[in-house]
Design a protein around this ligand. Structure first.
Ligand code: HEM
Length: 507
């Protein structure tokens, strides 16, 4: 027996070390939020969290209140569910709460890209220049031309076509967005219409591949793909690295400043071409993964809500009339100026409302030093270095019936003041006005830099649908499809199944 004693002691020590590393001995210290480690060592609650994040967090909030810490696959994550106090997280200095640490790990796993130190600042600067303010004008014009190429040219015979609404919206908005940012195919021998045809064909192929990757994305991000699908994800990644490669980009025309300047910066930094190609895939994903699904929810809600459709159409018709444009056979394609896109409060409200219902990012920050989280009501919680802090505004803001009565209903005028001309921004909870009352774009340092372009894309798409097309749902009695619960946390949600519809161009 004595012979085995050292072995047993070593095994015991190993077990204790493993349990320690697995967080089995962690206790809530005075001043810290309630701690719920879950039953499984190291994994904690990750299975329930992944299965249905919203449901899990609702349950935890019921048990522990609006601030709590849970163990998720080795990480301790403190969720703050009290929206008046969101500023304490999104405005905290980067020295204490950092967004990049988590993002760097994710992009390495999902896109194979190894982040450079100043990536975030450089992307911010380029986004400022090309995705906001005056810089956005050129991109918005390119988007209009590409949307018209994809939407009008193929439907020019005026025949009824049937499709899945999700597929239709995602395909059109993805492809037009991709062509606007990453450029057009060169016109063979200067033949513009052949160039446009190539754009339609090749972007359709790319979209089909993107959707394959898109379906794998949540499990890839959580690193739980089975081997065969992992291989498929690798194949798709390589396909995109190649399709968006530096060499390919040089052949394209009208590549946006957002993409070309970022390329140039990376080249000047001496980043190898293979890594730059990977970064391009990251940009494609960030710019195209949410807008198409958002277009789907918006068009679906409008198609299901005659009042909303009527109000949005009246606004669009009015703007076209005021600008002296007519839609019809022989007329030039409509032009939507920046001013027109800025003067549609009804459509703006409908866009904001559909995003409130469908955009559900989890915002995550790494705690870089021991610190205190101060809530608006004077409560204070101590946070440990190495942990994470997270917000899930979908549940604590967007679906809160006190902030948004009947939160599951689509009310196209929810973000309009009485009178219907001005944006409504005063929403309250507990008798106090809220700063963060809907957060589809995130907030603070990681707030989506593409939000102005994304809203323009959605509005342009809806304008064209209303101006040029008749469309109807084929089975309106089926209602709004449920959202796919495996995708919480990644941006705009997707439906669990298609919605059949038909459309035809009015000629
Ligand atoms: C409806 C469409 C869109 C939605 C709902 C959306 C939402 C978001 C959200 C929530 C984030 C922040 C994630 C976080 O905090 O971790 C984000 C980041 C980002 N978005 Fe968007 N986005 C949309 C469209 C776009 C478009 C059109 C572009 C570019 C043209 C874009 C570019 C980006 C980039 C580059 C980031 C990363 C920012 C960074 O690293 O700081 N997005 N987006």
């Amino acid at each position: 027996m004595a012979v085995f004693l050292p072995v047993l002691l070593s095994l015991g020590a190993l077990l204790v070390t493993l349990l320690y590393l697995a967080g089995a001995f962690r206790r809530q210290r005075p001043g810290e939020p309630p701690l719920d480690r879950g039953w499984l060592p190291w994994l904690g609650h990750v299975i329930a969290f992944r299965r249905d994040t919203a449901e899990f967090l609702r349950r935890m909030r019921g048990q522990h209140g609006d601030v709590f810490t849970v163990q998720l696959a080795g990480d301790y994550v403190t969720f703050l569910m009290e929206p008046h106090s969101y500023g304490a997280v999104v405005k905290e200095s980067r020295a204490k709460l950092d967004f990049e640490k988590f993002a760097v790990e994710l992009v390495a796993r999902v896109f194979g890209y190894h982040a450079q130190e100043d990536d975030h600042q450089r992307l911010e600067a380029v986004s400022h220049k090309y995705l906001m303010g005056d810089g956005l004008e050129e991109l918005t014009e390119a988007m209009m031309l590409n949307l018209q190429n994809l939407m009008l040219e193929e439907a020019a015979d005026g025949e009824w076509r049937e499709d899945g609404l999700f597929h239709f919206c995602y395909s059109v908005v993805f492809r037009a967005g991709y062509l606007s940012l990453f450029g057009n195919e060169p016109a063979p021998g200067g033949d513009q219409s052949a160039g446009r045809r190539l754009d339609r064909q090749r972007s359709a192929g790319l979209f089909a591949e993107f959707r394959r990757y898109d379906r794998l994305f949540p499990r890839l991000a959580y690193a739980v793909l089975p081997p065969a699908q992992k291989l498929e994800a690798e194949r798709l990644k390589r396909r995109f690295w190649e399709a968006l490669s530096v060499g390919r980009m040089r052949e394209r025309e009208n590549v946006s400043g957002w993409v070309s300047e970022r390329q140039q910066q990376m080249e000047e930094q001496g980043l190898e071409a293979a890594m730059r190609d990977r970064y391009m895939f990251l940009l494609l994903w960030a710019s195209q993964g949410n807008t198409g699904p958002s277009a789907f929810w918006l068009l679906l809600h409008l198609a299901r809500c005659p009042d909303a459709l009527r109000a949005v159409k009246a606004e669009a018709d009015g703007l076209l009339r005021e600008s002296g444009q007519e839609v019809g056979p022989g007329k030039p394609p409509v032009r939507l100026t920046r001013r027109m896109l800025q003067q549609c409060p009804v459509l703006d409200s409908a866009v904001e409302e559909s995003l409130r219902l469908a955009a559900a990012p989890v915002l995550i920050r790494a705690v870089l030093q021991d610190m205190t989280l101060r809530l608006h009501d004077e409560r204070e919680y101590r946070l440990r270095r190495g942990d994470r802090v997270a917000l899930f505004p979908y549940l604590s803001v967007q679906m809160d019936p006190e902030i948004h009565p009947e939160p599951s209903e689509f009310r196209y005028d929810r973000f309009l003041q009485p009178g219907g001309r001005l944006r409504k921004t005063d929403f309250s909870k507990g008798g106090r006005r809220l700063k963060y009352y809907t957060m589809p774009w995130g907030a603070g340092v990681s707030m989506c830099p593409g939000r102005f372009f994304a809203v323009n894309e959605l509005k342009q798409f809806i304008f064209l649908m209303l101006a040029y097309f008749d469309f109807e749902l084929l089975q309106p009695e089926l209602g709004v499809p449920p959202i796919d619960r495996s995708r919480w946390g990644f941006g705009t949600m997707q439906p669990t199944h298609e919605v059949r519809f038909r459309y035809r161009m009015r000629i």
